[in-house]
Design a protein around this ligand. Structure first.
Ligand code: SAM
Length: 216
């Protein structure tokens, strides 16, 4: 099946931007809160990739320094308005940036958070490599995301829906196995946690710890 195309994703999120908070605000909130809580156990310099309209930004504690990046300028404009409205002085910057090509030096963040993003990027494994590059050894990569069912009716429905979902910037059939294989191949990360999340437990909170020397 064809992978996602970055221009298709950018166009899809330009369309979602005006109604994103209404449609996806409350329904995804438990996952956002869980990933923020996990990030704050480490704290420090936090990079939120695919920050979108910045729904999660007001919920981080003031002691952390935050940077948010997103492919979509219309989504990011909303995030900028939110930062101004809430006077979030702990947000050091918001920038249009591709998750797969982060404009940061190696090992500069304590935590990378990506909420509902990893299945929206064209190359999830290359994007995870990039997360592992910019996070410090001892830091964590924290994802919250829908994961496809391994088998059964849900798996069949997800496969059936996948071609249409591509046009919305989604990849419903994306399975845990891909993330586990990436971690095993990378060698500089280990899986710390995989916890089911609402809605319906079809989502997961996933934590990878960055270990050892820098991966090249
Ligand atoms: C489902 S939204 C999630 C937004 C936010 N994290 C939340 O919890 O509501 C996915 C976000 O990922 C962004 N995105 C998709 N592909 C991206 C990429 N290659 N680089 C950076 N951001 C990307 C989209 O523009 C969109 O804002």
């Amino acid at each position: 099946m064809a992978e996602l195309d970055k221009d298709v994703i950018a166009k899809a999120y330009a369309r979602w931007a005006p109604i994103y908070d209404l449609v996806f605000g409350a329904v995804f909130d438990r996952g956002r809160q869980a990933s923020i809580a996990a990030a704050e156990r480490i704290g420090g310099r936090i990079l939120e990739v695919g920050v979108g309209t910045g729904l999660s930004l007001p919920d981080y504690s003031w002691s952390n320094r935050l940077i948010g990046v997103d492919l979509s300028a219309p989504m990011l404009r909303k995030a900028k308005a939110r930062v101004a409205e809430h006077r979030l002085t702990n947000v050091d910057g918001l920038a249009v940036m591709d998750a797969q090509h982060l404009g940061f030096q190696d090992a500069v963040f304590d935590v990378i958070v990506a909420q509902y993003v990893i299945t929206a990027v064209p190359d999830p494994e290359a994007t995870l490599d990039e997360f592992a590059r910019v996070v410090k050894p001892g830091g964590e990569i924290i994802l919250v995301n829908h994961l496809g069912a391994e088998r059964g009716l849900r798996a069949a429905c997800e496969q059936w829906f996948a071609p249409l979902a591509r046009r919305l910037g989604w990849r419903p059939e994306f399975r845990w196995e891909r993330l586990a294989n990436w971690a095993a191949r990378h060698g500089g990360v280990c899986v710390v946690e995989r916890r089911p999340m609402p809605p319906l437990g079809h989502f997961s909170l996933i934590r990878f710890a960055r270990v050892g020397a820098l991966h090249t």
